[in-house]
Design a protein around this ligand. Structure first.
Ligand code: NAD
Ligand code: TYD
Length: 338
């Protein structure tokens, strides 16, 4: 099997490549990544000596580059490449459209041209919009994205399904809840709060902090994608969830308690515009069809994650310089406290 993984230098993509190289020693894996601010080759430094792993620095929206790789005989594509941060999409959405929408369409078109046997589009539960305190997202929940990020992912999903319906491209979509674990860029809630807590910096809570996410450990997500790649049905959507709904404040207090840091580090700041109140996944379909069960409970996964950030301080300290500081200042330090 020759597998093209796009966005493999990011958080989930790098965990997925490591997982697949370990599980399938005879697979050849090409990591196709533009290396945006979120792409980091340090994430896969341990894979560089593996003769079955290759990296290519290219943009998924560049059709020549994509066709150049596919013409060499790729069996399957797993598309993780995306702009992924909601807050950045609120500051400037154009890259989100170029990569998440146009880039996905370029990949789909090339996949069709070169007869790719399986195309996995990695999507998100955020395409469903927001839930109140009741109910769950199923695969039939209507799409109702609220941020430019989720709108771009929903657009990509519609395009992917259209290539299946119109041309028979063997596309399958996964929609996963919030991931956490090693190598997550420290702009997202959990790694940001771990790094800030370690440095005695404020932990900026948006709004009342009672927003709910359904957390899944990244390795569980990788296992689910592997199942979908090998056993998922073409033209189908599979929700993936951890079954771990928690308020942001619960996560925050867990991190502070772990480090014995004071609650006074919590700083309430102006809310995110259009902030989705609650995400919660109904994962009945993937459990029944593909026998997927998340293996890591939230407390264990969070402890493992915090320990990883403690043991890999140079990894995130290197990131928290230059462009990151500029972004952080715009995003947080200029947000009024409430
Ligand atoms: P990330 O931001 O950590 O990584 C994204 C990667 O894509 C980076 O390596 C970046 O360089 C690469 N990339 C961006 N634009 C590219 C382009 N034009 N061409 C090639 N590469 C490009 O993201 P992540 O958190 O690992 O998310 C991966 C995928 O999973 C995304 O599609 C995201 O929508 C989806 N997802 C993420 C979560 C989550 O909680 N992180 C949950 C559900 C779904
Ligand atoms: P995030 O990690 O950005 O993921 P997403 O918005 O895709 O779910 O945010 C998770 C939750 O944490 C979300 O409700 C927003 C909130 N949040 C904060 O309160 N403060 C922060 O500094 C960040 C980054 C997020």
């Amino acid at each position: 099997m020759k597998l093209l993984v796009t966005g493999g230098a990011g958080f989930i993509g790098s965990n997925f490549i490591r997982y697949m190289l370990g599980k399938y020693p005879d697979y050849e894996i090409i990591n196709f990544d533009k290396l945006t601010y979120a792409g980091n080759l340090d994430n896969l430094a341990d894979a560089e000596s593996n003769p079955n792993y290759h990296f290519i620095k290219k943009d998924i929206a560049d059709s020549k580059a994509v066709e150049g790789i596919l013409s060499d005989g790729v069996n399957a594509i797993v598309n993780f490449a995306a702009e992924t941060h909601v807050d950045r999409s609120l500051m400037n959405a154009s890259e989100f459209i170029l990569t998440n929408v146009l880039g996905t369409q370029v990949l789909l078109g090339a996949a069709l041209k070169y007869g790719i046997e399986k195309f996995i589009q990695i999507s998100t539960d955020e395409v469903y919009g927001s839930l109140d305190s009741e109910g769950y997202f199923t695969e039939d929940t209507p799409l109702a994205p609220n941020s430019p990020y989720s709108a771009s992912k929903a657009s990509a999903d519609m395009l992917a399904l259209s290539y299946h319906k119109s041309f028979g491209l063997p596309v399958t979509i996964t929609r996963c809840s919030n991931n956490y674990g090693p190598y997550q860029f420290p702009e997202k809630l959990i790694p940001l709060f771990i790094a800030n807590a370690m440095e005695d910096k404020p932990l900026p809570i948006y709004g009342d902090g009672k927003y709910i996410r359904d957390w899944i450990y990244v390795e569980d997500h990788c296992r689910a994608v592997d199942l979908v790649l090998h056993k998922g049905r073409d033209g189908e959507i599979y929700n993936i969830g951890g079954g771990n709904e928690r308020e942001n404040l619960w996560i925050t207090e867990f991190i502070l308690d772990y480090f014995h840091k004071p609650k006074s580090l919590i700083t309430y700041v102006k809310d995110r515009p259009g902030h989705d109140r609650r995400y919660a996944i109904d994962a009945t379909k993937i459990k029944a069809e593909l026998e997927f069960e998340p293996a890591v409970d939230l407390e264990t996964g969070l402890e493992k994650t915090i320990q990883w950030y403690e043991n890999n301080r140079p990894w995130w300290e290197k990131i928290r310089t230059g462009e990151y500081i500029e972004y952080y200042e715009k995003q947080y330090l200029q947000r009024e406290k409430i």
